[in-house]
Design a protein around this ligand. Structure first.
Ligand code: SF4
Ligand code: SF4
Length: 335
């Protein structure tokens, strides 16, 4: 992938933001609220925080909302009229301030929604998204992107990657056609530059394990006491799945009011006891251990087996948010 490399001054970065808003784009960015930093829709450059490692929530809800209408229907005596939600026009959205792990997460997420049946709703939102990521200058003990083929300056998935320099200016790598087009539309804000100054300004993230070795070990670990041991504290709350930028489980619910109704897609989690419960009463994943095994095997064995990309980008959100203090990095390292 041939990137176009530039320097952009801090004042020009703010101007870029104003231009994007002025062009009618909706912008989501990290915003501090109390002790948390959340990805939220914002209006002004001043709302953005730069002082965060990763946001508490992921940005997947922009293309895969927590609850969304798939279609609505109206039944009459003669017929049923269906309105397909994917026919609506979606706005152009800029995800400003995604971390390289957040951007990389859209690779397996988009793959999931383009399996046997490409998902029109997901794809229509996704094609309107611009990913303007910022490299990580700091990390914490929960981060492990370098163990799953990522890095604090990884360009995979982003349209433009900015790296803050010690001068307060930013290196800008325009990676995709979308990113290069955005730069071209705002060319006066960018100056030609080389990437020499990038590496010294990146966080140093420890590499704890090798994804390929874990994948090989997991081939033979389906029946193993480790799953019950590791999941003993798990409450089955689903927080880990809801904050994860790659998790994509959903449930379908119908909401009906008289002759009208909607079919809704709602986030779900393989950690919930009801997730695999059959109508017959049989549950193939009866214990929390079986559910925890599914979570790990899906991310580190089944997904890389199928599409060569793990279902985890090492952001550490699940571990930070777990009320039972279960740490996915510790789990994987102990296998
Ligand atoms: S967040 Fe923790 S307690 Fe909740 S389901 Fe995930 S692992 Fe279990
Ligand atoms: S499983 Fe945890 S560490 Fe991996 S991508 Fe999801 S939230 Fe991040």
């Amino acid at each position: 992938m041939q990137t176009e490399n530039y320097l952009i001054r801090k004042a020009s970065l703010e101007k870029l933001f104003s231009n994007l808003i002025g062009n009618g784009k909706t912008i989501y960015a990290p915003k501090t609220k109390g002790e948390r930093t959340l990805f939220e829709k914002i209006q002004t450059f001043g709302e953005i925080t730069e002082d965060y490692i990763v946001t508490t929530n992921s940005v997947k809800s922009v293309v895969f909302p927590r609850v969304e209408k798939v279609f609505s229907y109206h039944k009459t005596k003669e017929s049923t009229e269906i309105t397909d939600a994917s026919t609506q026009i979606f706005p152009e959205v800029v995800l400003w301030g995604t971390r390289p792990c957040d951007a990389a997460a859209f690779i397996p997420l988009t793959d999931t929604f383009n399996g046997d049946y490409p998902d029109a709703l997901y794809n229509k939102r996704w094609e309107k998204v611009y990913l303007l990521s910022f490299s990580c200058s700091k990390c914490d003990d929960y981060c492990f992107c370098t163990s799953v083929n990522g890095s604090p300056g990884n360009i995979a998935g982003s349209d433009i990657l900015f790296t803050k320099l010690s001068t307060g200016d930013y290196l800008a790598e325009a990676i995709t056609e979308k990113g290069k087009k955005l730069v071209a539309e705002n060319q006066s804000l960018f100056e030609a530059a080389s990437l020499e100054a990038k590496e010294p300004n990146l966080a140093k993230v420890t590499t704890y394990f090798n994804q390929d070795e874990i994948q090989a070990k997991l081939q033979n670990l389906f029946e193993n006491p480790v799953w019950d041991e590791k999941s003993r504290a798990c409450l089955g709350c689903g927080s880990c799945a809801f904050v994860c930028p790659v998790c994509s489980c959903f449930d379908i619910q119908d909401e009906k009011h008289g002759s009208k109704g909607s079919r809704l897609r709602c986030w779900d989690s393989c950690g919930f006891g009801l997730f695999t419960l059959h109508t017959s009463g049989h549950n193939p994943r009866e214990t929390q251990g079986a559910r925890w095994r599914q979570r790990i095997l899906h991310k580190f064995l089944y997904m890389p087996n199928k599409s060569k990309v793990a279902g985890c980008v090492g952001c550490g959100r699940c571990s930070r948010s777990c009320p039972a203090d279960i740490n996915i990095l510790e789990t994987v390292c102990s296998i």
